[in-house]
Design a protein around this ligand. Structure first.
Ligand code: ATP
Ligand code: MG
Length: 336
């Protein structure tokens, strides 16, 4: 399928354009008592349409087997779509795979792209040559990556000797060495502990802020989406179940937010707007926990209402975890 002509100027603005994308795998399984093998078609990606502007940050989430990695493989030119169209940075990924490789950086968290027996530093030399970076440009960039990802202690160690967290930082540096315009990460934080995850996320945010790249990532850790993405796309059985801003995703599911206020003076009861209610009053009437939901009711409105009844000493706000929201979507078979 070709993309319609009128989309060509529009395409220049887009980092990624997937139109009615589909991918089938043919699997052959043995049949009991026969030498024949049964042919079966697995539809991994069914009908995915997605447009991502340059500079966007998108979290692509879904259950195991939902079709995320298959979609990424079609975006990066590793797999040919069964039908539908895919354009990445204005290119057709399969025939233009080599060109595209210079403009995108990819990490497959489940699979290493580094040379196992070579010191990490040598992998970067090879990659630098593949991307036609000068020695100077490569060393400058590597210095920045080594500082941001804390690679200094193990640049000269063979990859096979690195811990998972060290290797993953090494993988991210490899993907970013050539300062790609589009960064595609397939489960970049898999298996990492909280501290390593946070470090990696912090660096990805910094690098994106400096270079204004487009970020597309899959993850099972909603912390990654919360910290790195503005937009969330939920995929279920190969189709897009939700696509929108992270904020409206929370709102649309109507999950309550929680405001905790500490008052200067004890008060038994606060009168609240209708979309809010008191969950608990603690510390002898000082601390009030309030649940509220809906787009109309904002924190300032709520605070104005409270402020007319008591002086507020301190407050905190907690958002519902995206993970719980995604679970709700799965339990409804992918519908909102
Ligand atoms: N090479 C393959 N041959 C046959 N079937 C495959 C192949 N790769 C993936 N599949 C099937 O396609 C479907 C989608 O797989 P995919 O790896 O894209 O899912 P995913 O969303 O990345 O899952 P996960 O969260 O587990 O990584 C699954 O049913 C999977 O079993
Ligand atoms: Mg996957």
């Amino acid at each position: 399928m070709n993309l319609p002509e009128q989309s060509s100027t529009h395409s220049a603005r887009l980092a990624v354009e997937l139109v009615r994308l589909r991918r089938d795998y043919v699997v052959r399984s043995p049949v009991a008592g026969s030498r024949r093998r049964r042919r079966q078609v697995v539809r991994a990606v069914d009908d995915v349409t997605l447009r991502i502007d340059r500079g966007e940050t998108v979290g692509f989430v879904g259950a195991n087997g939902a079709g995320k990695s298959t979609t990424i493989k079609m975006m990066t030119g590793i797999l040919q779509p069964t039908s539908g169209a895919v354009r990445v940075l204005g290119r057709d990924p399969v025939p233009e795979r080599r060109h595209l490789a210079r403009e995108i950086g990819v990490v497959f968290g489940q699979r290493s792209q580094l040379w196992w027996d070579l010191p990490l530093r040598d992998s970067y030399r090879i990659l630098g040559a593949m991307h036609r970076l000068t020695d100077r440009a490569r060393e400058q960039r590597l210095e920045r990556l080594a500082a941001g990802l804390d690679l200094g202690g193990f640049l000269d160690r063979p990859v096979r000797q690195l811990s998972l967290g060290q290797r993953m930082r090494g993988e991210v540096a490899a993907a970013l060495l050539h300062s790609p315009e589009l960064v595609v990460l397939d489960e970049p934080t898999i298996g990492l502990d909280m501290v390593s995850k946070e470090g990696l996320r912090r660096f990805l945010r910094e690098d994106r802020a400096e270079r204004g790249t487009t970020l597309f990532l899959t993850t099972h850790d909603m912390g990654d989406v919360e910290r790195l993405c503005n937009r969330i796309v939920v995929v279920n059985s190969g189709t897009v179940a939700y696509d929108g801003a992270l904020d409206s995703f929370r709102e649309r599911l109507g999950a309550p937010r929680e405001l905790v206020v500490d008052l200067e003076e004890p008060l038994d009861v606060l009168t609240l707007p209708t979309a809010a209610h008191t969950l608990a009053v603690e510390a002898g009437g000082i601390r009030h926990r309030i649940a509220f939901s809906g787009a109309e009711l904002t924190v300032p409105t709520l605070l104005t209402a409270i402020g007319s009844q008591a002086a507020v000493r301190d407050l905190s706000l907690s958002e519902p975890a995206i993970e719980d929201l995604v679970r709700q979507i799965y339990s409804r078979g992918g519908r909102l």
